[in-house]
Design a binder for this molecule. Structure first.
Ligand code: FMN
Length: 336
């Protein structure tokens, strides 16, 4: 193991604590960090890929991209320069990035605001308030995606939203009927109870009242039998990229996290509607729906939700080679 001086070790440990708060599909946390004297490598952890829902590891790369953005942000907000080098070794496609720490560099108010939202960002699968998201906040979300090389397409037009809802229901039905998908979902929900990964029963939402526009993924949850009415005019957005290479997928994850933190900083909650992304036919149809050129990477529902407990994470020691004195990562977080 490379020796890292104490100051740099503390800087990296603090940035890694932030990075592991990133969202990941089914809370699989498919990342592994390798540290050096003034850099951090990010690797995809192949043992944590969803073989059924995500056989190409695309969503795992998005999750890693979200952790990468958070790592970079935490370093920058901590007054360090940080330079991201994507896919530094062409022979090792799971070596996703290196973040080099380049001395001291003042943060900006915008980065400070985003960094302050890292711990507040929580996936919220519950109904949102019947309150429209104001135009300036919508544009801030669009700009956030653009600044990381993505496009966020807001489905403002009722026809577009209706067409997405049809694809969502179609993909959701296919997954509900797929026994392998169900086994995998159970593995990352009920069977992870008490673990520091997976989606806890307390994080799932209620079932939408009949006739609801959007089909949310049905996690095993404490509220699975509760039926509630959801917001009638949801803000739904498709995050897309111009290509669909490994690099594009990591970039999509960086853009995703910048959008989510921009939303959290504006007091907005978000949840994901990934089902159409995980079925090739519906992903292709969604691509046509957004114009046929860009590649959809994920779908978000945004609005005003109530605060929730954070879900657990594996410790920095468990996901990196950094010798750390871990505090209780699950503190104040959801236990089941
Ligand atoms: C690429 C990706 C896809 C996801 N898809 C879904 C989804 O379809 N439905 C859902 O409720 N949550 C989805 N999530 C959210 C994760 O389940 C969530 O990030 C994880 O459980 C950790 O919880 P947290 O976001 O509250 O920290 C997705 C997250 C990522 C990064």
């Amino acid at each position: 193991m490379t020796t890292i001086d104490a100051t740099m070790s503390a800087v990296i440990e603090s940035a890694l604590r932030a990075a592991i708060r990133a969202p990941s599909v089914h809370n699989t946390q498919p990342w592994r960090f390798v540290t050096g004297p003034s850099h951090v490598e990010l690797h995809l952890d192949r043992d944590r890929i969803l073989a059924v829902a995500d056989p190409d590891s695309r969503e795992a790369r998005l999750s890693c991209g979200a952790a990468l953005f958070t790592l970079w942000l935490a370093l920058r907000a901590g007054g360090r320069g940080a330079v991201v080098d994507l896919l530094p070794d062409t022979d090792r496609p799971d070596f996703l990035a290196t973040v080099r720490i380049t001395g001291e560099r003042a943060a900006s108010p915008e980065l400070d605001t985003l960094a302050a939202a890292i711990d507040r960002r929580i996936t919220n699968r519950r109904p949102f308030a019947q309150r429209a998201v104001p135009a300036p906040d919508r544009w801030a979300l669009v700009r956030a995606a653009e600044s990381e090389g993505g496009q966020l397409l807001l489905l403002d037009d009722p026809r577009g939203l209706g067409a997405l809802a049809v694809l969502l229901r179609r993909a959701d039905h296919l997954q509900e009927d797929d026994p392998d998908y169900q086994v995998e979902l159970r593995k990352w929900t009920v069977e992870r109870a008490g673990c520091d990964d997976g989606v806890p029963l307390s994080a799932g939402g209620p079932r939408p009242l009949g006739g609801n526009l959007l089909a949310l993924r049905r996690y095993h949850s404490d509220d699975a039998t509760v039926v509630r009415s959801f917001e009638q005019d949801p803000l739904v957005a498709v995050l897309a990229t111009s290509g669909d290479t490994v690099r594009d997928q990591v970039r999509a994850g960086q853009a995703l996290q910048r959008v989510l933190l921009t939303a959290a900083a504006a007091g907005l909650s978000a949840s994901f509607l990934s089902q159409p992304m995980e079925v090739p036919f519906t992903r292709g149809a969604l691509r046509q729906l957004i114009g046929g050129r860009d590649h959809p990477q994920t779908v978000l529902r945004l609005g005003y939700g109530q605060s929730l407990a954070r879900t657990k994470r594996r410790s920095v020691a468990a996901v990196s080679d950094l010798p750390v004195h871990d505090t209780v990562v699950g503190e104040k977080e959801s236990d089941t």
